[in-house]
Design a protein around this ligand. Structure first.
Ligand code: SF4
Ligand code: SF4
Length: 190
């Protein structure tokens, strides 16, 4: 096991919830929807390539309908940020149910050449002030990383199933219905 701690403390600057687009997995979306008793259509949006930076064209989570591409994100506005951000306190209003990506931010995993866990550092490219006045255990972060990796793999399988449907009358919103159906059927392997 690599380094067991990383120096960091969140000071709730709100930057990561205000200025960064959050890309949840289908499992994040279902967990949030079930816990806050809201329809996913209320808080999800689908972005086109010119509405999001930093996601490569080859990313496997793009939904493809005809010549168009869409990626699933939490709704946000440029002025106020994430749908779930409290505008006064800059705290997350669904903290216990927030996406895995939000739980992992701003930590960045590093592996050894042989693929073993090495350590976590702090992302430099998305603007967290990176306060180093606290200590965070890395073991739970690594568990989150592995969980997210597994969910991403299943996410890609559902995207592939959606993209294989040769029906150009689909809208990206139909993807929500598809993964609810897949998860309810316990049939992610499809
Ligand atoms: S879900 Fe919560 S933690 Fe994640 S970006 Fe939105 S407000 Fe921030
Ligand atoms: S940008 Fe960094 S300090 Fe600010 S809320 Fe996010 S994790 Fe906390």
């Amino acid at each position: 096991m690599g380094k067991q701690t990383v120096r960091f403390q969140c000071h709730h600057s709100g930057h990561c919830c205000r200025d960064v687009v959050c890309l949840p997995t289908p499992w994040d979306v279902l967990r949030i929807a079930m816990n806050i008793h809201r329809d996913p259509h209320d808080f999800i949006e689908f972005l086109t390539p010119d509405e999001i930076e930093g996601v490569s064209k080859s990313d496997p989570t793009w939904l493809i309908i005809g010549d168009n591409r869409y990626i699933m994100a939490l709704q946000r506005t440029p002025e106020e940020g994430c749908f779930f951000l409290d505008r006064k306190t800059y705290h997350c209003t669904i903290y216990e149910h927030r996406p895995l990506l939000c739980r992992l931010y701003p930590f960045k995993l590093h592996e050894t050449r042989t693929g073993e866990f090495s350590h976590f550092s702090l992302h430099q490219d998305v603007g967290c002030p990176r306060f180093r006045d606290g200590v965070v255990e890395t073991a739970p972060l690594y568990d989150l990383y592995l969980q997210d990796k597994m969910h991403q793999e299943d996410y890609v399988k559902i995207v592939n199933r959606f993209n294989a449907l040769e029906d150009d009358s689909r809208s990206p919103e139909h993807f929500l219905d598809l993964f609810v159906e897949v998860v309810q059927a316990g049939d992610e392997e499809g």
